[in-house]
Design a protein around this ligand. Structure first.
Ligand code: S3P
Ligand code: PEP
Length: 437
């Protein structure tokens, strides 16, 4: 499929959707299970490019990861393969791993690789070579690990595992990605001296760091907040069986459809409490005019007759920016989204890409040093790039609901976190995914 005619919808949608597991929780669960003292079971992990590549990378290091039919907890008919059973083994080096375009692999795998018994080379898509990673590589070196890189910390690079990592007190610059902190914390219980990590500056996406801290605690690791960062005590990592929550960032386009069409969308199995940044949709969407309720079915979002502009600092929830920006282009006044300078280092430079896409469909966009000012204009048809970015396809889908004639090139890029997005979108609208070529 080379291009996708995003469906336009004038009538209110009315749908209940079920979404696959969280990318971020699946990635953490895989890494911690790989470092644990015995086998762990992941029920309903996300099966998508990012998490499949993470599983492959860990397998290359010697971790057993088997697909198994789910039990009762999987919520699907018995006999359907829904679970991953992760069996740790001695971590081996002399391997190359493909990180694709996954920030989670780029930043979570190298600290694990440092515990292997030989060199591990990390490479991936051409765009991965541009994703910022200097903070992680400097942090690893501070822990006593030898890394060969091009001097910028970007992939490809080689981590020289020796079977042990000293750890100790390290200061890192995580201003470009919270994953620098998460990656180091995740493996730190296995470092000889644990890790006393201090931040050199700010860190975006704090809920994702909190997600890491909670995942560590669930695996029995002692982790605490310090005045300058986080401390992880050395010790065993306990195995854990867990059910992976639905991906709430991937819920964003589906819930946004309720606002665009003045309809109603419920996302099933919305967690009562979660560290996923997508949980902030519950508070952000009412600011854009939606009625949001927790019902017995899940999170129900009902759109009104207009979309209210949004002025918000999205530093904690950067992942939501593309879909929220699309909604801003359909609002009835100017919006301002700030706190997201680090989006320039995501799958694409998202501030530039959003500028291009929203401008092409009629908005007036100003790029700010750390965000976007978006003034809606008369809507017009456009052929949009997907920028190899799943969230840009999802943002285009939201625009397409309101703009006749939105065509998205290379929509298959959604495979990163939601391979069947186009089919699910058709299902949301009560259509078949026919308009693809
Ligand atoms: O730890 C994680 O799972 C993630 C952290 C965030 O990264 P940044 O801090 O680089 O934005 C987020 O954008 C990414 O999609 C997932
Ligand atoms: C920034 C994202 O991904 P990654 O984990 O590759 O950084 C994202 O999914 O929005």
């Amino acid at each position: 499929m080379n291009s996708w005619a995003a469906p336009c919808r004038r009538e209110p949608v009315d749908a209940v959707v079920t979404l696959p597991g969280s990318k971020s929780i699946t990635a953490r669960a895989l890494v911690l299970a790989a470092l644990a003292e015995g086998p762990s079971r992941l029920v309903r992990p996300l099966r998508a490019r990012d998490t499949d590549l993470m599983a492959d990378a860990l397998r290359a290091l010697g971790v057993g990861i088997e697909v198994e039919a789910g039990g009762e907890a999987s919520g699907v008919p018995s006999g359907v393969d829904t679970d991953w059973v992760v069996t740790p083994g001695p971590l081996r080096g002399h391997v190359e791993v493909d990180a694709g375009l996954a920030g989670t692999i780029l930043r979570f795998l190298p600290p694990v690789a440092a515990l292997a018994d030989g060199p591990v080379t990390v490479d991936g898509d051409p765009r991965l070579h541009e994703r910022p990673n200097a903070g992680l590589i400097a942090g690893l070196r501070g822990c006593g690990v030898r890394v060969d890189d091009d001097g910028r910390g970007t992939a490809p690079f080689t981590v020289h595992g020796t079977g042990a990592v000293a750890g100790g007190a390290v200061t890192v610059d995580a201003s470009e990605s919270s994953q620098v902190v998460s990656g180091l914390l995740l493996a730190a219980a296995r470092f000889t001296d644990g890790l006393d990590l201090s931040l050199a500056g700010g860190v975006p996406s704090l809920p994702h760091v909190q997600m890491t801290v909670e995942a560590l605690a669930e695996h029995g690791v002692r982790v605490e907040r310090t005045t300058t960062g986080w401390r992880v005590h050395p010790g065993p990592v306990a195995p854990v069986d867990r059910v992976v929550e639905p991906d709430l960032s991937n819920a964003a386009p589906f819930l946004a459809a309720a606002l665009v069409t003045g309809g109603r969308v419920t996302v099933r199995d919305w967690p009562a409490r979660t560290t996923q940044p997508g949980a902030h949709l519950e508070h952000l969407l009412p600011r854009m005019g939606a009625d949001v309720q927790r019902t017995s079915a899940g999170l129900q979002v009902t759109g009104g007759t207009r979309i209210t502009p949004l002025v918000a600092d999205l530093s904690e929830v950067g992942e939501l920016t593309p879909v929220l920006a699309a909604l801003c282009a359909l609002a009835d006044g100017p919006s301002r989204l700030t706190g997201v300078a680090h989006l320039r280092g995501h799958e694409t430079d998202r501030l530039q890409a959003l500028d291009e896409v929203l401008t092409a469909t009629g908005a007036v966009v100003e790029q700010l040093p750390d965000g976007l000012a978006i003034t809606p204009g008369p809507l017009r048809a456009a052929e949009l790039d997907s920028y190899a970015d799943h969230r840009m396809v999802m943002a285009a889908a939201v625009l397409g609901l309101a703009v006749e004639g939105v065509v998205v090139r290379d929509p298959g890029t959604v495979a990163k976190t939601l391979p069947d997005f186009v089919d699910r979108w058709a299902g949301l609208l009560g259509e078949h995914a026919g308009a693809v070529s």
